[in-house]
Design a protein around this ligand. Structure first.
Ligand code: SF4
Ligand code: FES
Length: 294
C-alpha cells in the first residue's frame, strides 16, 4: 500500500492586490517631489541661519509617544535669526514654521495673559511670550514644565493642576445681597488692595512646577490653588461660614501646612504674586481659627 499522500490538486490562490492607477502614481510622485523640495528648502534655511551673524541657538526637547521614531526623548537644535525684542515664543514659532512643522507647544495671547506657554527655559519656569531671548545665555535650552506628564514635545498635561485649583472652590460665594438698589457687590478700597495681587493669577502652573513639595506630594494643593483660596478667604464680602469652609479646605493634611517656605513659587511667578507670603498668612488664619478660649 502506498504511504504517499495525494498531491494537492489546486494551489491556494494569492490574494489579489489592488494596483495603483497611473493617476495615483503621478500624485504620489508629485507629493514625494514636493516633500523633497521642502526638505531642501529647510536645509538651506538652516544653513543660512547658521551662517548669519545674529543667530540664536535653541536646544528644544522633543518627544512623541505616538510616533515610534520619536518616542525616545531627545533635544533638537534650531538656529533662529535674532531680531530685536524677540521672545522665546517667537523663536519657537520661527523654528516650527521654518524647520519642523511637527514641533509642538502651546500659546495663545502672546502677552502674558492666558498662561498657556509656561516652559522650562535655561533651568527656570518662565512664560515663553514674556521671556526675552536677549536676556538668556546660549544655547537656550527649552523644555516642558518639570513634574508634569509630557503629552508631546513641550506640551504637558495640566489636568492635575486644574483639579487642585478646582478643589479650593475658586469662585466668589456670599450669603448677603447688596444693600439698597445696588446691583454690584461692592468692596472697600482697602480690601481690594489686600487681595489685588492674588487676583492676577493666570493659571500658568509655573509655581506648581517649581515647588519641591508638590513634586513629592501629588496631593498637595500647591501654591496657585492656595493663592486662589487666599483671594476669596480675604475678601470681606464672603460670609463668615464660607470663610470657615475655605479654611477647612486649606487646613487639610495636604494643604498650607505642607509649605516649607522655600520661595521657589514666588521667584518664578510671572505675575509677581507674593505666593509664599499668602500661604504664610493663611497659616496664621488657620491658627487663629483653631484657637479656643475658655
Ligand atoms: S500663581 Fe503665578 S505662577 Fe502660579 S499659576 Fe498663577 S500666575 Fe502662574
Ligand atoms: S501666550 Fe498667553 S501667556 Fe504667553
Amino acid at each position: 500500500m502506498s504511504t504517499q499522500l495525494p498531491e494537492t490538486e489546486t494551489q491556494e490562490a494569492e490574494p489579489e492586490t489592488e494596483q495603483p492607477s497611473k493617476g495615483d502614481e503621478r500624485r504620489a510622485k508629485r507629493r514625494r517631489r514636493a516633500a523633497e523640495r521642502e526638505r531642501e528648502r529647510q536645509a538651506e534655511e538652516a544653513e543660512r541661519a547658521r551662517e548669519a551673524e545674529d543667530t540664536v541657538q535653541l536646544k528644544v526637547f522633543r518627544y512623541d509617544p505616538e510616533v515610534p521614531e520619536k518616542e525616545k526623548p531627545r533635544f533638537d537644535e534650531f538656529h533662529v535669526p535674532f531680531t530685536k525684542g524677540m521672545t522665546v515664543l517667537d523663536a519657537l514659532m520661527y523654528a516650527r514654521d521654518t524647520y519642523d512643522s511637527s514641533l509642538t507647544f502651546r500659546h495663545s495671547c502672546r502677552q502674558a495673559i492666558c498662561g498657556s506657554d509656561a516652559l522650562f527655559v535655561n533651568g527656570r519656569q518662565r512664560l515663553g511670550c514674556k521671556t526675552q531671548i536677549a536676556e538668556l545665555e546660549e544655547p537656550i535650552r527649552v523644555e516642558p514644565l518639570p513634574h508634569q506628564e509630557v503629552v508631546k514635545d513641550l506640551v504637558v498635561d495640566m489636568e492635575h493642576f486644574y483639579d487642585q485649583m478646582e478643589a479650593v472652590e475658586p469662585y466668589f460665594q456670599t450669603n448677603s445681597l447688596p444693600e439698597g438698589e445696588l446691583d454690584e457687590q461692592r468692596q472697600t478700597r482697602e480690601n481690594r488692595e489686600k487681595v489685588k495681587m492674588s487676583t492676577r493669577c493666570i493659571w500658568c502652573g509655573a509655581c506648581m512646577s517649581s515647588c519641591n513639595i508638590a513634586a513629592g506630594d501629588n496631593q498637595y494643593l500647591g501654591p496657585a490653588a492656595i493663592n486662589k483660596a487666599y483671594r476669596f478667604a480675604m475678601d470681606e464680602r464672603e460670609g463668615e461660614d464660607i470663610k470657615q469652609q475655605r479654611l477647612e479646605i486649606i487646613e487639610q493634611e495636604h494643604g498650607v501646612w505642607r509649605c516649607q517656605t522655600q520661595f521657589s513659587c514666588t521667584e518664578v511667578c510671572p505675575k509677581d504674586i507674593p505666593l509664599t507670603e499668602h500661604i504664610q498668612e493663611l497659616k496664621r488664619e488657620a491658627v487663629k481659627n483653631n484657637l479656643k478660649f475658655w
